[in-house]
Design a protein around this ligand. Structure first.
Ligand code: C2E
Ligand code: MG
Ligand code: MG
Ligand code: MG
Length: 282
């Protein structure tokens, strides 16, 4: 019987729960100190023009290396930070780092529009218009060099307020990308309500392409719609030449994936951009 093991099902369950909340607590405590302990670093992944093969922009992706836990995936700590409110200071820190980097690149003659991911929580709580304008002013950066990637989310209850903030920033020159398109439920209404310049098709769509008929049909429907709406189409998660050929044939504008460049340090992207600049001036 269960009793013979010395622990019954309930006890096991309680132990597991305690262990899980302990892990949760440890991770949360660690994350609280991550900024102060300099454990966070912004990496950059190139976004590549499908027609020319040149790097046309980049996305800032946060990396966390804890001395004991090692690398912790954003897929793990971002949702945690969204639960406990830390996301606001994290997003703020990233935005500041990116602007600092853009300034440094500017002095080297490198102009690469860089996107930052803005959590729906940050969108709702922070005065993004003032923060972004202050930062761009402070570092003396063209607004066109900054892009905001937003996702549809149940967190946003005040969609009109968010739309107003984004419109103001958009008029100012900051572009907006709708991230992970196709994975949520309110994508189409977001397209109507928000000032979106760029549509990023979620990586899950390209995964089964071109072999899966359904994925193929969905992909074509999304790109067709995006074109009609005059949106720039970015395909995330492109890993193979076959996938690249497919999106090229469909007339997608930009790819972002391991095939054309993994997320890496600022200096790696910088080297690639300097090389590209040198080739262009030959
Ligand atoms: P995302 O914004 O959709 O970012 C794209 C994710 O796809 C990144 O995962 C990137 O490393 C990964 N990726 C890029 N190319 C490929 C590919 O060819 N194949 C595959 N399998 N994956 C690819 P990452 O860096 O782990 O970030 C996960 C998510 O965490 C991001 O998804 C974003 O939602 C969030 N995130 C990352 N940094 C930040 C940040 O600074 N602030 C906020 N609020 N969220 C962030
Ligand atoms: Mg993104
Ligand atoms: Mg995405
Ligand atoms: Mg995402």
């Amino acid at each position: 019987s269960v009793k013979a093991n010395g622990r019954n099902g309930l006890q096991l369950f309680q132990e597991e729960m305690a262990q899980r909340s302990m892990q949760h607590f440890t991770l949360e405590a660690a994350l609280r100190n991550a900024i102060d302990n300099h454990e966070l670093e912004v990496h950059y992944q190139p976004k590549v023009d499908v027609k020319t093969g040149a790097i046309c922009s980049s996305e800032a992706l946060l990396r966390w290396t804890h001395p004991e836990l090692g690398h912790v995936s954003p897929a793990k700590f971002i949702p945690l930070a969204e639960e406990n409110g830390l996301i606001e200071s994290i997003d703020q820190w990233v935005m500041n780092q990116v602007c600092q980097q853009l300034k440094q690149w500017q002095t080297q003659g490198i102009a690469v529009t860089t996107a930052i991911n803005v959590s729906p929580i940050s969108l709702r709580h922070r005065n993004l218009v003032k923060e972004v304008k202050d930062l761009l002013n402070h570092y003396d950066i063209q607004p066109e060099l900054l892009q905001l990637e937003i996702t549809e989310s149940a967190f946003i209850d005040d969609i009109e307020g968010v739309a107003t903030q984004l419109k103001t920033l958009n008029d100012f020159g900051v572009t907006v990308a709708l991230d992970d398109f196709g994975t949520g439920y309110s994508s189409l209404s977001y397209l109507a309500l928000l000032p979106i310049n760029e549509l990023k098709i979620d990586g899950s769509f390209i995964q089964n392409i071109p072999d899966c008929k359904n994925s193929d049909m969905l992909f074509k429907a999304i790109t067709g719609m995006a074109k009609n709406l005059k949106l720039k189409v970015v395909v995330e998660g492109v890993e193979t030449q076959r996938q690249l050929d497919y999106v090229k044939q469909l007339g997608c504008d930009v790819v972002q994936g391991y095939l054309t460049g993994r997320p890496s340090t600022a200096s790696v992207l910088e080297a690639a951009l300097l090389k590209q600049n040198a080739l262009e001036t030959v």
